[in-house]
Design a protein around this ligand. Structure first.
Ligand SMILES: [Mn+2]
Length: 354
């Protein structure tokens, strides 16, 4: 039995609005889902498992029709999904009444239910969110009923307000595979075969600047030997954290050129979170509002410190406040709070003196 596990597609989200790429970003989320569906069709995947938050908010009727059309193109694959905390089954949710194509099996109950696929010797279990938050550890009480040789659980949550998950409890539930959703972060997963696997797919596409790393889906196969899984990257963009160390030769202009080159090397399609560190020339301040050459820098955090020659400054200002101030901090280590106070104070005094 071959499956593909995705989660947190967040259709309808518009990440980083106001940036150069943000207008096409909502469409990209749909395109990537379509790509996954193409893979299912090409590889004759038996089950497409969607572990919650297919939508970022309550789905519109036309969005459900579009998604259903995409699913209906699958000639072999069956689709099983649950609703997560973002697309929870609200009283007026279109999820309640929508007529899905016959190959789509929503597990939209508030209590645990399962669907059996005897031809695949597989049963898939799950329940959906009816509220935005569920603080009860509901997965602590679930178990496989052994209706079929292979049993899968779709589960969504893993933080305090969204069904806290205790891994050791999940391990004793008897499921062969637990397809998790909700945590967007992805981890490198080496290809493995185990009797049981419990995995987060991570967001299909990164939708928040904290969703760093390579995103995609999990491809798996279950047979009598166990569960084989492998992570497949397919997201169009990646949030890349970058730390750039400056030196006293750097000016705003030269730093902008350095950043531009780094972005070109790591991909102009990616999104960057930049931290500047190191010592800059004490006369220079970096104008970070004009450094985003490609419009893909989500944030630039300037943590650089001015490079003062404190000994020289103290000597030159033997008799005044500046000299006295510097001598007060004599010998403090460079990463201490005192050192920070020294730098900030010197900067303030110098600004006042000029
Ligand atoms: Mn979620």
């Amino acid at each position: 039995m071959k499956f593909i596990h995705i989660a947190d597609v967040h259709l309808g989200a518009a990440p980083d609005s106001g940036k150069a790429y943000s207008e096409i970003r909502p469409k990209e989320l749909w395109d990537t889902l379509e790509q996954v569906i193409d893979v299912c069709e090409r590889e004759k995947t038996d089950l497409l498992l969607i572990a919650g938050d297919l939508f970022h908010r309550q789905p519109l009727l036309r969005e459900l029709k579009e998604v259903n059309y995409m699913f209906s193109r699958l000639t072999h694959t069956k689709v099983v999904l649950i609703a997560g905390n973002h697309d929870y089954i609200r009283r007026d949710s279109y999820y309640r009444t929508f007529q899905w194509n016959q190959n789509v099996y929503p597990l939209f109950g508030e209590e645990m239910e399962y669907i059996e696929f005897p031809e695949l010797q597989t049963a898939v279990y799950g329940f959906s969110y009816y509220t935005k938050e569920i603080s009860k550890a509901r997965y602590d009480e679930v178990y496989a009923c052994h209706m079929q040789p292979f049993e899968i659980l779709l589960a969504h949550g893993g933080d305090e307000k969204h069904i806290p998950i205790h891994r050791e409890k999940l391990e004793s539930t008897g499921f062969d595979y637990i397809a998790l959703g909700h945590i967007h972060k992805t981890e490198e997963i080496p290809e493995t075969v185990k009797k049981q696997q419990i995995l987060y797919a991570g967001a299909l596409e990164p939708v928040d600047k904290n969703d760093t790393g390579i995103h995609g889906y999990i491809e798996g196969e279950i047979n009598v030997q166990g569960v084989r899984t492998r992570k497949v990257a397919c997201a169009k963009r990646e949030y890349v954290p970058l730390t750039v160390t400056v030196d006293e030769m750097q000016t705003s202009g030269s730093l902008k050129a350095v950043l531009k080159k780094m972005v070109e090397e790591k991909g102009v399609e990616n999104l960057y979170k930049i931290v500047l560190t190191g010592y800059r020339d004490a006369d220079i301040t970096f104008d970070t509002s004009h450094m985003d050459s490609y419009g893909n820098m989500i944030e630039i955090l300037d943590k650089t410190r001015p490079l003062y020659d404190f000994a020289h400054l103290a000597e030159e200002n033997g008799q005044n406040l500046l000299g006295e101030y510097i001598r007060m901090f004599q010998g403090c280590p460079e990463n201490s709070t005192e050192y920070k106070a020294l730098c900030a104070g010197v900067e303030a005094i110098l600004t006042n003196m000029h």
